[in-house]
Design a protein around this ligand. Structure first.
Ligand SMILES: [Zn+2]
Length: 400
């Protein structure tokens, strides 16, 4: 097989319960993207474009149906490219997703490589691979998330301000300068017995219902408590920063950083892993001791950035890990890109409009909205021509 062209991929959809659903005529983003007419009740949470064994893309070559992970295992040099194979890789290092959150996701963090290996060995049913999972989130709509710890003075201020919290955290209100204060306070949140937590949640919910001037953290707590009644994870609204991204803005989440996506639609790219350590706001498996132990307990807002400009238009989101980078090409009919290729694999996803993918010696292929493409490492010197107005194409590739 030559691997001398672009191959159209069939992506998978995850129907997690927090995903966006149909509301009357308004369809979930992922259903619109794929031109599907969804059932009323089916959530469209995540679109997976990649080769993770849990939900690999499929595609057909010369009448044979392939899973992308199997094709890479059989043709690593041709698909991944020699740079990655020389570096020892035999599987795709990244996973590209679209996420559409209608309800908040769990309080979570993703393990670093060493921890991922241990967790996968110990509980392969809960931790499906041995890889780390740093991730980047690029907003397509206004997007809200909890991310990293707030400054401890802010946390302590809120714990003191509400009677329900100052009772629950009575032993954590002093000594705020002590180096392990944040670790101790967060441990208390997850270690308090369920009666104490239940009382605090009820008192705080009642107080806020009567409040004339709730703070942004109060509003976030009330929202989480409404979605997950009785769940102590809602109190993370006082511990973690609420971050709001405008379309085009991005955050990078390093391993071991606490976060919870709350609302909105994003492009997400990550190392090729599905390892999530959860501690609240979910009916799924939770691993509180592991989460409390793994966190970095760094304070302060995450960096929000818009990527760097690419020659010819578009933005590039490079991250501090070699597993992946994301490019977002935007243009109108007549615009043309000659994307740099260092002979490594890329995945393409057309978000809007139609683009023509041109490879040497091949007929151009028309990449319409919602289509996903494998660009094998062996395929060099390609051009991408925009055929309609407002074309947007996402390219996920290994970092340089
Ligand atoms: Zn995450």
């Amino acid at each position: 097989m030559m691997w001398d062209r672009f191959y159209r991929l069939n992506p998978g959809v995850q129907a997690y319960p927090w995903g966006a659903r149909r509301h009357g005529d308004e369809l979930p983003y992922i259903a619109q993207l794929l031109s599907r007419a969804p059932d009323d009740d089916q959530p469209y949470a995540e679109l997976w474009v990649g080769a993770h064994p849990a939900l690999p893309c499929t595609f057909s070559v010369a009448g044979r149906e392939w899973k992308l992970n199997d094709a890479i295992a059989e043709f690593p040099e041709e698909i991944l490219g020699s740079r990655l194979v020389d570096a020892g890789l035999r599987s795709l290092p990244l996973l590209l997703k679209i996420l559409d959150c209608e309800a908040p996701l769990s309080i979570q963090a993703h393990p670093n490589r060493a921890l991922a290996r241990t967790l996968h060995q110990r509980h392969p049913d809960h931790y499906p691979d041995a890889n780390h999972k740093p991730e980047v989130a690029i907003a397509l709509t206004p997007f809200k998330a909890l991310c990293r710890f707030r400054e401890r003075a802010q946390i302590q201020g809120d714990l003191s301000r509400h009677a329900a919290l100052s009772t629950l955290f009575s032993e954590q209100l002093d000594d705020v300068a002590e180096p392990r204060w944040l670790r101790r306070a967060y441990r208390r949140l997850f270690g308090a017995d369920s009666t104490e937590i239940g009382n605090a949640l009820k008192t705080l919910t009642d107080t806020l219902a009567a409040s004339q001037s709730p703070s942004p953290e109060d509003r976030c707590f009330s929202d989480l408590a409404r979605h997950y009644p009785g769940d102590r994870g809602a109190l993370c609204a006082y511990f973690l920063n609420t971050v709001e991204l405008a379309p085009g803005e991005a955050i990078f989440l390093a391993p071991d950083e606490p976060h919870a996506y709350l609302h909105g639609t994003i492009i997400e790219c990550m190392a090729n892993s599905n390892n999530v350590v959860r501690a609240g706001l979910t009916p799924k498996f939770m691993d509180v001791p592991v989460l409390l132990e793994m966190l970095t307990y760094e304070e302060g807002l995450p960096r929000i950035w818009r990527g760097g400009a690419l020659p010819g238009g578009g933005r590039c989101f490079e991250v501090p890990v070699p597993d992946f980078a994301v490019e977002l090409w935007e243009g109108d009919a007549g615009d043309e890109f000659s994307p740099a290729s260092d002979g490594t694999v890329s995945l393409l996803l057309v978000l809007d409009g139609t683009a023509s993918l041109r490879a040497p010696g091949q007929e151009p292929v028309s990449a319409t909205r919602g289509s996903c493409w494998l660009w094998p490492g062996a395929l060099a010197d390609c051009r991408v021509a925009m055929q309609t107005e407002h074309v947007r194409v996402v390219r996920a590739r290994p970092g340089t």
